[in-house]
Design a binder for this molecule. Structure first.
Ligand code: URA
Length: 186
């Protein structure tokens, strides 16, 4: 199975009710062999229209922070979401939707096989760590994740809402990811 084949499967997916409301499946984007993989929550309106993750306001902040803290643009990493289709009105994804979509994310993680995974926000962080605490508790350190390292951080939408302190936390987490990349994927 290649990422392309997996993508074709996702584009035809009707495993949950989100399929009925989507404009496009937002599968994932970036370097299929990236050392760094970012995992968000789910597509918003812009992502649903354009078919690419993090292309709205949150994405602009993410691009800026990637550039400023890691010196890279999005083509150097791989970006995916927990759910590949937009929840109506940007509501939270439901447990059944997350469960239905999980095989796609798991396969993306297997195929890209990054050295460092950065989870953006509660949904991605809780899902991949198998923990129930919120992001404020979970962030601030790295976790072993199979043979990779996982760095949980705030969702950029929370940074847009929360202001300077949240952005500063995100920056610190991205610096943590950068150090891990230098150590494990030089
Ligand atoms: N928020 C997400 O979690 N993912 C996107 O792709 C866009 C906004």
């Amino acid at each position: 199975m290649t990422l392309q084949e997996l993508r074709s499967q996702a584009l035809a997916c009707t495993r949950c009710q989100l399929a009925g409301g989507r404009t496009q499946v937002v599968f994932g984007v970036g370097d299929p062999h990236a050392a760094l993989m970012l995992v968000g929550e789910g597509p918003g309106q812009q992502e649903d229209l354009q078919g690419e993750p993090f292309v709205g306001r949150s994405g602009q902040l993410l691009d800026k922070l990637l550039h400023q803290e890691l010196g890279i643009d999005r083509s150097r990493c791989y970006i995916a979401n927990v759910v590949k289709c937009r929840p109506p009105g940007n509501r939270d994804p439901l447990p059944a939707e997350i469960e239905a979509c999980r095989p796609f994310l798991d396969a993306q993680l297997r195929l890209v096989h990054p050295a460092v995974v950065v989870t953006l926000g509660n949904f991605a962080s809780r899902l991949l760590l198998g923990r129930s605490e919120g992001i404020t508790k979970l962030r601030g350190r790295a976790y072993r994740f199979g043979d990779a390292h996982l760095v949980p951080t705030y969702h950029p939408a929370a940074a847009l809402r929360g202001g300077g302190e949240v952005v500063a936390g995100m920056r610190a987490d991205l610096v943590r990811a950068k150090r891990l990349l230098a150590a494990f994927a030089p």
